[in-house]
Design a protein around this ligand. Structure first.
Ligand code: UD1
Length: 363
């Protein structure tokens, strides 16, 4: 059976890599890869294909950046002819980006089965574009693969049939475990003159944090205090860089000698940067999961998380975006050494294999 796998934005690539590998090794599955082109910068896209050994996409839709409506519509328009030409048995989408819902919707409208990997996660915050993408994709999927038990519970509560839901573990963690030894050899610490355990790593790109200058300023005020205590390394997302320079926030940052803005890193260097950090500050979803496995304290700069297992058994603390709360969260982590992290069930590097097996039985 031919399965069209969709990847569009940076966090999709580390999820699609182990799936393509598992499908290629499975008799009876013929994987086909579509890149929507939602992310197109070398550092957000191509670097991940090379480092993670993801095959060259069979088709690149080359859609690029635009408003949500335009981007989603353009992906649907470009994806439909691919479906009509290749007539797959199923389309598989991962995560919660615009490419996920756009390709999912195009597939089901043609009567093609839809598979969602990383289903059921809910922040219960409908102001997040990703939450809308998750809710809609899950509502139209035929097979839903969950990373954690909260996902299964959420899908049941939404009335999704039990026979469609599978708890299989986390494909992003498959990639982490496979590449950890390679990333240990990265020279990123030496390149940036950093000492292991003596710096913080930061990522920030959520629209709710960086599109609103007041919120962004509150976060920067907390970083101003923290950077006096230890250097903060900040690989900066294009959206964040743009917003920093659009307002008067760039001046604020200029005076912080301990806050080091660098270009986005490739997968292996970023994994090394995270795993050797004293603490990670982030508003990303995936990084909350990766730090859980790396057992590095994570401070999440959001009011909620759709990944509660990372708080329950992991090293994640959700502190919100209030200046004082970020600083006290940081101080608690530094004084107490962070929360002790356990390993969530099935985050063992074999999620993609489980998915391949279930697809062979169900499609
Ligand atoms: C998208 C996802 C988000 C994910 C993030 C990871 C949605 C709704 N959001 O957000 O869930 O966490 O990717 O990075 O799908 N840009 C570039 N080069 C690129 C891509 C984007 O410069 O290769 C710039 C453009 O100015 C663009 C902006 O970044 O307008 C935002 O890109 P977009 O894909 O719309 O959303 P992200 O913020 O990256």
């Amino acid at each position: 059976m031919k399965i069209i796998n969709v990847a569009g934005a940076r966090p999709n690539f580390m999820k699609i890599a182990p799936l393509m590998e598992a499908f290629e090794a499975t008799d009876g599955i013929e994987p086909f890869l579509v890149h929507t082109g939602q992310h197109y910068d070398k550092k957000l896209s191509e670097l991940f294909f090379t480092q993670l050994g993801i095959p060259e996409p069979d088709v690149n839709l080359g859609v690029g950046s635009a408003s949500h409506a335009v981007q989603t519509a353009e992906i649907m328009k470009a994806f439909e002819p691919v479906l009509l030409t290749h007539e797959p048995s199923a389309v598989l989408v991962v995560g919660d980006v615009n490419s996920t819902i756009a390709c999912g919707l195009a597939a089901v409208k043609l009567g093609i089965k839809l598979v969602h990997v990383e289903a059921g996660l809910r922040s219960f915050d409908r102001r997040m574009p990703e939450e809308i993408n998750r809710l809609l994709t899950d509502a139209i999927s035929d097979l839903l693969f969950c990373t954690e038990k909260s996902g299964v519970a959420n899908l049941r509560n939404e009335g999704i049939g039990e026979e469609k839901i599978f708890l299989v573990g986390n494909v992003m963690i498959d990639t982490l475990l496979k590449n950890k030894a390679r990333s240990d050899k990265s020279t990123v610490l030496a390149d940036l003159a950093l000492e292991a355990g003596k710096y913080a790593a930061l990522t920030l790109h959520r629209p709710s944090n960086v599109d609103d200058p007041d919120v962004f300023a509150r976060i920067l005020d907390a970083l101003e205090v923290i950077q006096h205590d230890m250097p903060i390394v900040f690989p900066i997302h294009p959206r964040t860089r743009k917003n920093l320079h659009a307002g008067d926030l760039a001046a604020k940052v200029k005076h912080m000698s301990g806050l080091r803005l660098i270009d986005p890193l490739g997968y292996l260097d970023f994994l090394k940067l995270m795993s050797s950090a004293a603490v990670v500050l982030t508003d990303s979803g995936g990084i909350q999961e990766e730090t859980t496995i790396l057992k590095v304290p994570c401070i999440t700069l959001r009011e909620n998380t759709e990944r509660p297992i990372t708080v329950e058994v992991g090293s994640n603390t959700v502190v919100g975006v209030d200046t004082a709360r970020i600083i006290s969260g940081y101080q608690e982590v530094m004084e107490g050494g962070g929360r002790q992290a356990g390993t969530p069930p099935l985050w063992d590097g074999k999620a993609a294999e489980r998915i391949a097996k279930i697809l062979c039985e169900k499609i």
